[in-house]
Design a protein around this ligand. Structure first.
Ligand SMILES: Cc1cc2nc3c(=O)[nH]c(=O)nc-3n(C[C@H](O)[C@H](O)[C@H](O)COP(=O)(O)O)c2cc1C
Length: 390
C-alpha cells in the first residue's frame, strides 16, 4: 500500500526518498517536513557533521499546490558536505589521485565495513560505509513526515522520548503530554522528560567523550489515538507488532526492539503482565487497566497507545580505536577513525518515529483504502462508528 525507498551515499550529492501509495489531496506542509529533518539533527553527543548540514527537503514530484496528487512523491535532501567529497566520490571515473579517494582499509568492528566489503568484493570499505551510514535516516525522516501528515489527518500522532543513555535510565513512566512537550522542546539536549535524569545522561555522554568512547541507549516511540483493529492475527506477515519490530530493527545501530513491557514481561507472572479489561458504559468504550501490551494484542492494535522501544548499541566508530585487520595487507591494525557521533539516542528516536509512522500509515491504508484523503476519511469514520456500536 504505502511504499518507500531511499537512495544516496552519506557524502554523495544528496539523499533521495520516494514515497508511493499516498491518497490524493492530502495537505503537505513542507515546513513540517523540514522541522522533522531539523529534529533529527539535534541531540547532545553529535559529531561535527551536523554543523555542516542544514537538512531541507526539495520535493520534485507527487505534490502540487500544497497537496498530494495520488502520484509517487520524490524528494531530495542536499548533502552540503559533498563539496568536501567531490574528488573522493565522483560519479565519472576521473583520473584523481589515489590519496584523494579516502580509502578505508582498516574495517571498524561493529560497522558494515568488513562484511560489506567481502560481500561486494571491494578492498576498500568506502562504498559500503557510505551507504550503511545512518545519514540515510534523513531520507527516512522525510518520508516519515509524509506518513505523519497522513496519520495526523486521521487523528493519530507519533512522538518519542529517551529512556536510557549509557547506564543512566529514566526510572518512571512518561505521560503522552510530557512526551509531546519534550518533542516540541528543541533545546532539550537528550529529549528526556525528567530534568534530573537528563542531567545525569548528559554527564554520561561527557564521560564517554572524555574517554574516547561512545554510548548507546533506549528510545521509546509512542503513537497516540490509534484506532482498534490495525494489523491482523491471521498470518505471520500481517501482524503489526512484527512489522513494527522489523521497521525499528532496520534503523542503524538498533539491536533490540520491545513492544510495551515486553522485556520485563518475560521475567514476570502472567497476573503481573496482562492488562485487565472493563467496559465504561457511559463512554460506550472498552478500557484496559494498564497498557503493558503496548497497544498490540495478537498483532492487532487494541486502541491503547502503541509503544515501541528501540535498543541502540553504542556507536562503533571509536577515537580509542579497537583492533582489526587491514583488508589488503591482512596485518593487525587499529580500526579507522572518521569524524563521528558518540551518542545518537535522540536522533535515533526521530528515525524511530518516522519508521513507526510509515508502518502505521501503511496499516491505515490497508484497512481503510481510498484514492483521495476524503475517501480514506469517510471509510475510517464508518469503521469508527462500527466500533462505537460494537
Ligand atoms: C542517528 C544515527 C547516527 C549514527 N551516527 C554514527 C556515527 O557518527 N558513527 C558511527 O560509527 N555510527 C553511527 N551510527 C551507527 C551506524 O550507522 C551503524 O552502527 C552501522 O551502520 C552498522 O549497522 P548496525 O549497527 O545496525 O549493525 C549512527 C546511527 C544512528 C541511528
Amino acid at each position: 500500500m504505502l511504499r518507500f525507498y531511499t537512495a544516496g551515499e552519506s557524502h554523495g550529492q544528496a539523499l533521495l526518498a520516494f514515497v508511493s501509495g499516498l491518497p490524493a489531496s492530502l495537505p503537505i506542509d513542507v515546513e513540517f517536513i523540514n522541522h522533522e529533518l531539523h529534529r533529527r539533527q539535534l541531540g547532545y553527543g553529535r559529531g561535527g557533521r551536523q554543523k555542516i548540514e542544514k537538512d531541507r527537503a526539495e520535493i520534485f514530484a507527487g505534490v502540487r499546490h500544497g497537496q498530494t496528487i495520488g502520484a509517487p512523491v520524490a524528494l531530495r535532501i542536499e548533502n552540503r558536505d559533498w563539496a568536501n567529497w567531490e574528488k573522493a566520490l565522483p560519479v565519472e571515473d576521473t583520473e584523481g589521485l589515489e590519496s584523494e579517494k579516502k580509502k578505508l582499509v582498516a574495517p571498524r568492528p561493529g560497522h558494515a565495513d568488513l562484511a560489506g566489503s567481502q560481500k561486494f568484493n571491494f578492498h576498500d570499505a568506502r562504498y559500503v560505509l557510505e551507504r550503511a551510514s545512518a545519514r540515510e535516516t534523513a531520507a527516512r525522516v522525510a518520508a516519515g513526515a509524509f506518513a505523519k501528515l497522513l496519520l495526523r489527518a486521521l487523528g493519530t500522532e507519533v512522538a518519542s522520548h529517551t529512556v536510557q543513555v549509557g547506564h543512566v535510565r529514566l526510572e518512571r513512566g512518561a505521560s503522552w503530554q510530557e512526551i509531546q512537550g519534550v518533542c516540541a522542546d528543541l533545546e532539550s539536549p537528550l529529549r528526556c522528560v525528567d530534568a534530573t535524569t537528563q542531567l545525569k545522561m548528559k554527564a554520561e555522554v561527557d564521560a564517554a567523550l572524555k574517554a574516547g568512547d561512545t554510548v548507546g541507549g533506549i528510545f521509546e516511540v509512542v503513537a497516540h489515538n490509534v484506532p482498534v483493529g490495525l494489523g491482523s492475527h491471521a498470518q505471520w506477515d500481517e501482524k503489526l507488532d512484527g512489522k513494527l519490530a522489523q521497521a525499528m530493527m532496520s534503523i542503524q545501530a538498533v539491536k533490540g526492539v520491545e513492544i510495551g513491557a515486553g522485556v520485563t514481561a518475560a521475567g514476570s507472572y502472567g497476573s503481573e503482565v496482562q492488562d485487565e479489561i472493563s467496559y465504561d458504559k457511559a463512554a460506550k468504550k472498552f478500557r484496559r487497566s494498564s497498557n503493558r501490551a503496548g497497544g498490540l494484542e495478537g498483532g492487532i492494535t487494541n486502541g491503547e497507545d502503541v509503544i515501541v522501544r528501540g535498543y541502540l548499541k553504542p556507536i562503533s566508530t571509536l577515537r580509542k580505536a579497537l583492533g582489526t585487520a587491514d583488508m589488503v595487507t591482512k596485518e593487525p591494525v587499529q580500526g579507522a577513525y572518521e569524524r563521528s557521533d558518540w551518542c545518537v539516542v535522540p536522533a535515533a528516536g526521530v528515525a524511530g518515529e518516522a519508521m513507526v509512522a510509515l508502518v502505521l500509515a501503511d496499516a491505515f491504508l490497508q484497512k481503510f483504502g481510498g484514492d483521495s484523503i476524503a475517501e480514506t476519511r469517510r471509510n475510517f469514520q464508518h469503521y469508527a462508528q462500527q466500533i462505537q456500536d460494537f
